[in-house]
Design a protein around this ligand. Structure first.
Ligand code: NAD
Length: 497
């Protein structure tokens, strides 16, 4: 009999882990230890205790994985009928849904996020697999009307072996966001999960294999960024690198890929503004912004981390928002609170340092502002939902990504000031505008320098709409049909009859 969600949760809370978790690399359809035999711990951020061990891969393992992916690309996957790719991806979606409970509990143990969020991530993974499964047999080229005695056509080809360097905030989702369109296009994949959140990547590779994916088409090499990510992004046989993470590492990955003229998609986070105009439905904006900044404890690349608000709405918004933020429950993710743990001690220190620095500069935390623990156990890496009010535009907490549950409020007097504030950082990932005035909304949507603009609902869009950044937020687009372009190249064939 299949274990229920409650069975998994009960077992994980009682024992601190789940039995049978994968603990090796997944290469060429097989589990294998790291060549060095080295291991790393997986730690539950809600308890600070290790709950599993994983293989600590290195350059030798990367070589074996890329060679396997190259062979699988050349001999198998690029020739696989697109309808077969579609069938495999859709079958994987079914298997993901069938294993949702276990995947979600493991994701929560590894990430710290609330169980309800992990369950949503699992469903999003299944939708991505369905969506790109649906696209796999529709990647059509076109013809060029040269006239005379010529026939000319463009066909889409897969780019080859692709590397996927994945962050720790949405491990399953970020992996499949890149891997599903790559597989649909006929590319093979080598995945490097973040060192603090590797286990669901291994479970997903296993599921893809069970769905019929041939050996080598999706390999997973766990390990650190320096030991695995670095040689993977430098590998001469990798034709495209999809990277999500920090600006500094993104810059490094781009430099590495440039050695072999490989293309890159870089998703490097942001400092995204939510503009609240005084005419908006304020109660709705308050509720929506709670999710925009506190989803996954603010560890979201596109989080609404800056509130740019018209002075007329400021006092009421802050009063209502602070009351709601202070009432949010916090605790171990498996108990499904509103806010779970911060993924690592290092990240918690980074958040605390940013907030402490702001306070030392005289900025007021009207809500939260400090570290916390799971109230039941007194352990874990937590940070209170925080609001820093009336922050000057040049302050580091406005300019730099904190990647935690910290909302920075910027007060403006005119719509021009709002636009100026919205565009006033080096990032350009997302922005939301709350207003009932469509003319203002469309004007701002035109002028804000960001890859994704929403109006009156922060996270509107989902997997179907292209997503990616401008400026230091990176380039290239993921999600939607747009993502398929990363994994296809155009070949033109022209024939004189
Ligand atoms: P990071 O950019 O170092 O890590 C992201 C991924 O890159 C991980 O898989 C990591 O192992 C890998 N990596 C690290 N060094 C590498 C290298 N030299 N070559 C190739 N891959 C490498 O990010 P981090 O250190 O985990 O977090 C630091 C900050 O980055 C966070 O505080 C946050 O601001 C930001 N961040 C953003 C996102 C996002 O979604 N855009 C995700 C994670 C972190």
């Amino acid at each position: 009999m299949n274990a229920t969600l409650q069975d998994h949760v009960t077992q994980a809370l009682r024992t601190g882990t789940l039995p049978g978790l994968p603990d090796q690399l997944y290469i060429d359809g097989q589990w294998r230890p790291a060549a060095s035999g080295d291991r790393m711990e997986a730690v539950d951020p809600g308890t600070e205790r290790p709950f599993a061990a994983i293989a600590a891969g290195a350059i030798e393992d990367v070589d074996i994985a890329v060679t396997s992916s190259e062979r699988a690309y050349r001999d198998v996957w690029r020739h696989a009928p697109p309808s077969q790719r579609a069938t495999i991806l859709r079958k994987a979606a079914l298997l993901v849904r069938a294993r949702a409970a276990r995947l979600a509990v493991v994701e929560t143990l590894d990430c710290g996020k609330p169980l309800s969020e992990s369950l949503e991530d699992v469903e999003t993974v299944a939708r991505l697999l369905d969506y790109y499964g649906g696209a796999a047999d529709k990647l059509q080229g076109d013809t060029i009307p040269l006239g005379g005695n010529f026939v000319s056509y463009n066909q889409l080809e897969p780019v080859g072996v692709t590397a996927h360097i994945v962050p720790w905030n949405f491990p399953m989702f970020s992996m499949i966001r890149g891997v599903a369109p790559a597989l649909a296009a006929g590319c093979t994949t080598v995945v490097k999960p973040a060192e603090t959140t590797s286990i669901t990547a291994l479970l997903l590779a296993d599921i893809l294999s069970e769905a019929g994916l041939p050996p080598g088409v999706c390999n997973v090499v766990t390990g650190t960024g320096a030991a695995v990510g670095e040689p993977l992004s430098r590998h001469p046989s990798v034709r495209h690198v999809t990277f999500t993470g920090s600006v500094d590492t993104g810059r490094r990955v781009m430099r590495n890929a440039a050695q072999h003229i490989a293309s890159v998609t870089l998703e490097l986070g942001g400092k995204s503004p939510a503009i609240v105009l005084a005419d908006c439905d304020l109660d709705h904006a308050v509720e929506d912004m709670l999710e925009a900044i506190y989803l996954n404890a603010g560890q979201v690349c596109s989080a609404g981390s800056r509130l740019v608000i018209e002075r007329g709405a400021h006092a009421e918004f802050i009063e209502k928002f602070s009351a709601r933020a202070q009432a949010l429950t916090m605790g171990h993710g498996l108990k499904n609170p509103a806010i779970g743990a911060i993924n690592s001690h290092r990240q918690l220190d980074k958040i605390a340092a940013a907030v402490d620095g702001a306070r030392a500069r005289g900025i007021r935390a009207v809500t939260g502002g400090g570290r916390a623990t799971d109230p039941d156990s007194g352990t874990g890496w937590f940070f209170q939902p925080t609001v820093l009010d009336d922050v000057p535009a040049g302050d580091p907490v406005v300019q730099e990504e904190i990647f935690g549950p910290v909302l920075c409020v910027q007060i403006v007097d005119t719509i021009e000031d709002a636009l100026h504030a919205a565009n006033g950082t080096d990032y350009g990932l997302a922005a939301c505008i709350y207003t009932k005035d469509l003319q203002k909304a469309l004007g701002l949507a035109r002028d804000i320098d960001a890859g994704q603009i929403t109006v009156n609902q922060y996270f509107a869009g989902g997997i179907y709409t292209p997503f990616g950044g401008n400026k230091r937020s990176g380039f290239g687009r993921e999600k939607g049909l747009e993502a398929l372009r990363n994994y296809c190249r155009v070949k033109n064939v022209t024939i004189r009859i």
